[in-house]
Design a binder for this molecule. Structure first.
Ligand code: TRP
Length: 336
């Protein structure tokens, strides 16, 4: 018997991104570029996590625009609705439904240990809501509904993936084999992109200094200007080191964009100054992002097509999500 390629089941991947604000070069190199890289090898499910976004107060019109924009950006990157399942979380009600069930299998004590909750409640001390606290149960539902083998997550989400695994193991222990326990996916390439103005901090769109971060949709001129102004160190040579955070951040970005190794980059810029290097990084980043921005502008202009694609994605996602959710409900003892 001969088994064709098409019959070999691909491993499943799931990830989500929050639609809270402009997506940055950090989101691109740290997450989205890898989503695209995984698209061929894996059966991928990617969602806009809008239910997560309301754990901090959002302005409705702005949130709506951001959800549309994030979904459009996923398409502009090259994520293909024919190959992957792309949808908006709130359009698949099973996420909220399973999250409730899972929250009843999560202990107050273990939730209280989540470092992101501690950080966020310090930052939003006027709005420490129960949703912010229960957020990891919703994230666990996002994951477990689709039975992924792998979940690509950055360092800041590792603890949440860990609790999702613990919840799945606990539920399975009581009721039998309901959920797949997924592994973290650590991409081969990718960069932790730091602020261009203070390289000891992660690049963040909430930074008041707009020169500290690059948006995926920034113009070429803006991108180059921001890189020209990037903070570097006193040594003046293009060398990667733990002490030279500014230049090392730029080398990391250049490496992630060009695919060249650190050694190759150091050799390429041997004897050259920071000015030349910053311009080269700015141009490489701008050239990589330009076609994405161009496609984005086309996609966001056609709201009808955008809506058709996210509705279709939600139907496709719900087919899978419904099965898992029903199974969990049945096991718990609900009358279906
Ligand atoms: N909490 C994640 C973040 O802020 C986003 C997210 C929501 C997610 N659900 C997920 C990531 C499921 C991976 C899997 O980045």
């Amino acid at each position: 018997m001969c088994q064709t390629q098409g019959n070999v089941e691909k491993k499943k991947v799931l990830s989500c991104i929050q639609p809270s604000g402009m997506l940055t070069l950090g989101n691109y190199l740290g997450a989205l570029k890898n989503w695209l890289n995984m698209q061929e090898e894996f059966d991928c499910t990617y969602a806009v996590a809008d239910l997560h976004a309301i754990t901090v107060r959002q302005e409705p019109a702005k949130l709506r625009a951001q959800i549309n924009s994030t979904f459009a950006l996923m398409l502009a990157l090259g994520l293909d609705p024919e190959k992957s399942t792309l949808f908006i979380q709130s359009q698949v009600p099973e996420h909220a439904q399973l999250a409730w069930i899972l929250s009843c299998y999560t202990q107050f004590g273990e939730m209280s240990r989540m470092t992101q909750f501690k950080d966020k409640s310090a930052k939003h001390s006027d709005n420490i809501n129960v949703g912010l606290f229960a957020y990891p149960a919703l994230m666990a539902a996002d994951i477990l509904l689709y039975k992924p083998d792998f979940v690509p997550v950055g360092a800041d989400q590792k603890q949440h993936l860990e609790i999702a695994r613990d919840i799945a193991i606990r539920f399975n222990h009581i009721y039998g084999d309901v959920f797949t326990v997924p592994d973290a996916y650590i991409p081969k390439t990718g960069a932790r992109v730091m602020s261009l103005q203070d390289p000891s901090k992660k690049m963040s769109k909430s930074d008041e200094n707009v020169n500290s971060w690059v948006a995926i949709l920034d113009s070429k001129d803006d991108i180059i200007r921001k890189f020209k102004r990037a903070v570097t160190d006193s040594l003046g040579t293009v060398r990667y080191s733990e002490e030279q955070l500014g230049i090392s951040n730029l080398i990391g970005i250049y490496s992630a964009v060009t695919g060249n190794s650190i050694e190759e980059i150091e050799k390429e810029f041997d004897g050259k100054g920071y000015g030349d290097f910053k311009l080269a990084v700015g141009e490489a980043v701008a050239d990589e992002l330009a076609p994405i921005k161009q496609r984005y502008d086309e996609i966001i202009a056609d709201k009808g097509e955008l809506e058709r694609l996210y509705r279709e994605g939600a139907v496709k996602a719900e087919k899978i999500a419904r099965k898992t959710c029903f199974k969990a409900m049945k096991k718990v003892g609900f009358v279906l």
